[in-house]
Design a protein. Structure first.
Length: 164
């Protein structure tokens, strides 16, 4: 995978995140905070999990070793989560744009938040982050749809056909 491929995936990732966040902005505070039977709880937990993954993997790829986890309780309002996510989106795209093809094919070592050591090829981790987001955005979309605020189609092909 080359830099252009990764940039395209991350533009898609940001587009899909924005569709989810736009739909979520129409919820009441009670709906945003509501519990649900999904792996990360309700919408707040699911969105926090996606944001955390994007943040922690960027930090690891930049050579940092975060030991903390973003928790749903860090975000008492949707606006606080949205603001944090917008800032992370800027940093993430800036990081992606800074990479070279050589960096993408190199391995890097990192530790999990529990301190377990790992090594992976960078482009594979970056693809994982987008794929991970897709899984959990689908859960968020289901929650939003249950509240009557579907984000619409968030498939890659929909983005490729009309990225604006």
């Amino acid at each position: 995978m080359n830099k252009q491929d990764v940039q395209l995936l991350y533009k898609y990732n940001q587009w899909a995140n924005e569709r989810i966040l736009n739909a979520a902005s129409r919820l009441t505070s009670e709906q945003f905070l509501a519990k649900a039977e999904y792996p990360h709880g309700g919408l707040r937990g699911t969105l926090t999990h996606i944001l955390f993954a994007e943040w922690v993997w960027r930090k690891r790829a930049q050579g940092e070793l975060p030991t903390t986890v973003l928790a749903p309780d860090n975000f008492q309002t949707f606006t606080s989560l949205q603001t944090r996510w917008q800032a992370e989106g800027i940093e993430l795209l800036r990081f992606i744009d800074s990479l070279t093809d050589e960096q993408l094919t190199a391995t890097f070592q990192y530790k999990s938040t529990k301190g377990d050591p790992y090594e992976n090829v960078l482009w594979q981790i970056l693809a994982h982050v987008v794929n991970h987001g897709t899984q959990h955005r689908s859960e968020a979309a289901a929650i939003l749809t249950e509240f009557g605020h579907s984000p619409g189609d968030i498939d890659l092909i929909v983005f490729l056909r009309n990225p604006s």
